[in-house]
Every structure is written in structure tokens, then in C-alpha cells.
Design a binder for this molecule. Structure first.
Ligand SMILES: Cc1cc2nc3c(=O)[nH]c(=O)nc-3n(C[C@H](O)[C@H](O)[C@H](O)COP(=O)(O)O)c2cc1C
Length: 157
């Protein structure tokens, strides 16, 4: 087996939470499903997301220098599917969302929690770009169980 195949096989056994990372592109809300979200530091609060370089989501974050991480709850697998499979321009159709408290970024209503961040550094790694974000606000919206991704399937904990 090729190393890339073994690597993929191993990584799909590693469970993650599921987020939708949002921003704006040419004034319209933009977002994509992301499981590479990570907390980097608590003091100062710093996060990171790895986004495919050149993708629509990448262009949105680059153009605004801002992003929000929407942590999905257990019953929002349909949102994760929509934000990974539907064309970028169609993802917000008929979706309830509001503007985040400080930066006015798109927040998916009923998600578990969101974090809004300003990009403080950007590092190209292989075919992805790490956007390091300084957290400016964070809010819990629902004290619910999270959505989990494992073995290419959405699950509850
Ligand atoms: C569970 C899951 C996690 C994903 N995580 C990431 C990620 O961390 N970074 C990324 O660039 N794409 C990730 N993707 C793929 C994007 O959601 C997908 O390619 C999307 O269509 C990109 O949208 P865009 O063209 O608007 O940028 C993930 C997809 C799934 C299903």
C-alpha cells in the first residue's frame, strides 16, 4: 500500500469534532466544513485552521483577514454535508444565521458555539494554508452534544 493510502487509513480512525469556518467573499457569506480546527494557545487565546490553498474558503479568509469557527452539534450533520458538498454559492440558502458580536461574521444559528478571530499569521504548508487567528470573542449558543467525524461518518459521542 502507498504511504498516502496508509496515512489516510490511519487518519480516518482519528475522531474529530466538526466545524463550519465562515467569512465573507465579495460581501456574501462564505463557509466550508473544517475538521482541522485546533486550539493553539490559551494566553493569548489563539486558534488555527488549515484550508486548501486557493479554494473559495481560502479566498474569503484572505480577503477579509477574519474568520469564525462554528462548532456543530450532534444533529447538524446535514450542515456539515451542505458546507462540504454543495456549491459554495448555495450553502447559505434558507439557512438561519446571524452576525457575530464583534466582527459581524456569519454565525450559524443553533450551532453549539462559535469563536471569532482575526488572522495574525498565515503559513503555506503543502497544499494547505494555516490561518492562525487571534480570538476576539467566543460564545456558547447551545449546551448540546457535539457532532463527531470518524471513519468518514458523522456520529454522536
Ligand atoms: C468532515 C470534513 C472535514 C473537512 N475539513 C477540511 C479542512 O480542515 N480544511 C479544508 O480546506 N477542507 C476541509 N474539508 C473539505 C471542504 O469542506 C470542501 O472541500 C469544501 O467544498 C471546500 O469549500 P470551498 O470550495 O468553498 O472552499 C472537509 C470536509 C469534510 C467532509
Amino acid at each position: 500500500m502507498e504511504l498516502a493510502d496508509i496515512f489516510r487509513d490511519v487518519m480516518r480512525r482519528y475522531p474529530t469534532g466538526v466545524t463550519v469556518v465562515t467569512s465573507y467573499l465579495e460581501g456574501a457569506p462564505s463557509g466550508l466544513t473544517v475538521n482541522s480546527f485546533t486550539s493553539i494557545s490559551i494566553k493569548p487565546p489563539t486558534i488555527g485552521v488549515f484550508i486548501t490553498t486557493g479554494s473559495t474558503g481560502y479566498r474569503a479568509i484572505r480577503s477579509t483577514g477574519l474568520y469564525a469557527v462554528n462548532i456543530l452539534k450532534h444533529d447538524q450533520d446535514w450542515i456539515a454535508k451542505r458546507f462540504s458538498l454543495d456549491p459554495p454559492g448555495k450553502r447559505f440558502i434558507d439557512l438561519r444565521w446571524f452576525r457575530s458580536r464583534v466582527l459581524g461574521l456569519p454565525v450559524i444559528s443553533d450551532s453549539l458555539a462559535y469563536i471569532e478571530a482575526k488572522v495574525v499569521s498565515e503559513i503555506d504548508i503543502a497544499d494547505h494554508t494555516l490561518f492562525v487567528g487571534e480570538v476576539v470573542s467566543a460564545e456558547i449558543l447551545n449546551d448540546a452534544e457535539p457532532l463527531v467525524y470518524h471513519m468518514r461518518t458523522y456520529k454522536k459521542v
